[in-house]
Design a binder for this molecule. Structure first.
Ligand SMILES: [Zn+2]
Length: 271
């Protein structure tokens, strides 16, 4: 009989260990803050380290404030890194901004030239009408006196000069339109797409940030990746921080949506 006791004891020990590790596993991500530090930091993004730290604090609050818990904490020694990595993605952002500015400029020079054209064209048409009426009048009378004839002939020359100027303006306008449209179509092909959250990435060990335009953009990307670091998946509302596209979120005043909050509460077992 004694021989049977030993294996049972061993099984008991194993079972206890399994229970303990299971309990450990069941602790939610929200029970302890995620300690993070800043790893790679590239100054070509044009953000100072202090500014970046401040932004990280703001981002923490996006998630922490709604449930009044400390979920993240900056610790220079922490193994979990947040990296700012400058590569072709950010270069592309810079390129996009330049092209967008170019479009704005060509748009306003078109407007200015168009105004010049229509103003001159209005003057031309009014003068031409008056001129033709007067010529018609004199012709119906069999001809104009010399003085009027000379004046009308001078006017004809002036009208021809105006017409030439109008044609030249129209040519310039068309050239501008062509170039503008080409730039716009290049822009649309290259850049006019809703951005999937690939500006940032969370891989379980660290968060990498690759691309942003404004600081408010950066905060949204950080908040999204922080969400993933809290184990949150994507949610369906386009205004949500955890929506898979960066599109309709209010980046200026970033707050989580109902859907974000529900996902967080579920993860933290706060329901
Ligand atoms: Zn995502």
């Amino acid at each position: 009989m004694f021989r049977f006791i030993k294996p049972i004891l061993i099984i008991l020990v194993i079972a206890l260990a399994a229970t303990a590790s299971l309990m450990q596993f069941q602790k939610t991500r929200c029970d302890e803050p995620l300690y993070y530090s800043i790893g790679e930091f590239d100054e070509r993004f044009g953000v100072s380290l202090d500014k970046f730290k401040g932004l990280l604090l703001e981002t923490e609050e996006v998630w922490e404030e709604p449930i009044a818990r400390q979920l993240f904490s900056y610790d220079p020694q922490a193994a979990f890194k947040i990296n700012l990595i400058y590569d072709e993605r950010q270069q592309r952002t810079v390129e996009e901004k330049k092209l967008r500015e170019k479009i704005t400029v060509s748009d306003s020079s078109y407007s200015a030239l168009e105004l010049e054209y229509t103003t001159l064209n209005d003057q031309y048409e009014a003068r031409l009408l008056r001129h033709e009426a007067e010529v018609g009048y004199w012709n119906s009378r069999g001809g104009a006196p010399r003085e009027d004839y000379n004046r009308l002939r001078d006017e004809q020359i002036e009208l021809a000069i105006m017409a030439n100027k109008l044609r030249a303006l129209a040519d310039r306008l068309n050239e501008l339109v062509e170039r503008h449209n080409l730039t716009v179509s290049t822009y649309n092909q290259k850049f006019n797409v809703a951005r999937i959250f690939d500006q940032g990435q969370y891989d379980g060990q660290e968060i990498n940030i690759y691309q942003f335009e404004e600081l408010s953009d950066l905060r949204l990307v950080l908040a999204h990746e922080f969400g993933h670091a809290l184990n949150l998946e994507h949610v369906e509302n386009p205004k949500s921080v955890m929506y898979y596209l960066m599109k309709e979120q209010e980046t200026g005043n970033l707050v989580i949506t109902h859907e974000d909050l529900n996902a967080l509460k579920l993860e933290c077992e706060l329901n």
